[in-house]
Design a binder for this molecule. Structure first.
Ligand SMILES: [Zn+2]
Length: 344
């Protein structure tokens, strides 16, 4: 069996295409013959350091992926051999208070594939049956795989946390990033007015082509002032933010009174000024979010099928070109998902 593993931490020199024994299905699991996996920034983080994430080496990379069920548990009642499935990356304990109340994504023992345990970049993967979601007819493996992290994260941010309503306005920072692009797609389908930022004129152009109502070049324009101009001083209802750092104060200043900010990342710095006075005087709501629950993933997949949502794909690489795929991800030049094909 072929898989992509990290054997240490550093650059691409710790990333190998390995030939090893075929994965054995564990009790309660399904065995999936993988077709594709799609990359996320955290794959680079695991390669570079993996600091703060309990894991052991060597470890298979990859959080999201899709394939065909090859084996099921004898007691399995829902899933069947031959079904096409996409995988939810969070393996939960099923026993803690959060799992008990159906919020597995808050599980205090949650293990993410490709972070705390072997990931999806392998020809065969064994996952708990509840992590495998049947792909609707007409949806490709690539599209279904790409929903697993970015779109699921954006889905929970918009609908689970901000509880957006049609007609509201949303400001999405850093368009081109996976979660931001997913948020733009979902926001448009939900009938929101969308404002997006990027330092790249090219990415803004592409966002506009995808239906973004207003684009803001954050290298040339002050985002908060531009939002004030565009909204007649009102501000936006919701901000979707995953950068942190200097972006944070721009995000806070762009919100309408009582507005909601949802964050899922801090790649530009995790200790921005809090501006607490602004939070209480303008009665802002700040919410953190990570990934999404099993039920949200099912809703998202069905929504995507119903609306013919196609995640944006940047480039497709075979497993043998994993280093090039990681380079592409690291360049920051990609627009949409970097896909790795596994079959064959
Ligand atoms: Zn749990």
């Amino acid at each position: 069996m072929k898989s992509i593993v990290i054997t240490g931490h550093g650059g691409n020199e710790v990333v190998f295409l390995m030939e090893g024994a075929k994965t054995v299905r564990q009790p309660g699991h399904v065995l999936v013959r993988m077709e594709v996996a799609t990359l996320n920034r955290v794959d680079l983080y695991m390669r570079d350091s993996g600091a703060g994430i309990t894991h052991s080496l060597p470890q298979v990379m990859g959080l999201d992926g899709a394939g065909v069920i090859e084996e099921v548990d004898p007691a399995e009642t829902t899933l069947k051999v031959g079904q096409r499935v996409t995988l939810h990356p969070g393996v939960v304990c099923g026993r803690c208070e959060f799992c008990q109340r159906g919020e597995g994504v808050l599980c205090n023992k949650i293990q993410y594939m490709g972070e705390h345990r072997n990931g999806t970049l392998a020809q065969w993967v064994s996952v708990p049956a509840q992590n495998a979601f049947v792909i609707p007819e007409g949806m490709s493996f690539t599209d279904a795989s790409a929903l697993g992290v970015n779109h699921l994260t954006a889905w929970r941010m918009l609908f689970g946390k901000a509880r957006v309503q049609a007609g509201e306005s949303v400001l999405i920072f850093g368009i081109g990033g996976g979660v931001s692009l997913a948020a733009l797609q979902l926001a448009k389908l939900a009938g929101l007015r969308t404002y997006v930022t990027s330092r790249s004129a090219d990415k803004l152009e592409r966002a506009k082509a995808m239906g973004a109502d207003h684009v803001i070049n954050s290298q040339q324009q002050d985002v908060a002032k531009t939002i004030a101009l565009l909204t007649q001083g009102r501000g936006v209802d919701v901000v979707i933010e995953n950068v942190g750092g200097d972006t944070w104060s721009q995000a806070m200043k762009s919100l309408v009174r009582g507005g909601r900010l949802v964050t899922c990342g801090a790649t530009a710095g995790d200790m921005p000024g809090a501006d607490i006075r602004r939070v209480f005087i303008r009665q802002l709501q700040i919410m953190g979010s990570t990934l999404g629950d099993f039920s949200e993933f099912r809703q998202l997949i069905d929504f995507a099928a119903q609306h013919h949502l196609r995640p944006v794909v940047d480039r497709v690489y075979p497993m043998e070109q994993m280093h090039a795929a990681l380079d592409r991800l690291e360049s920051g030049e990609q627009f949409g998902k970097v896909v790795v094909t596994i079959a064959g």
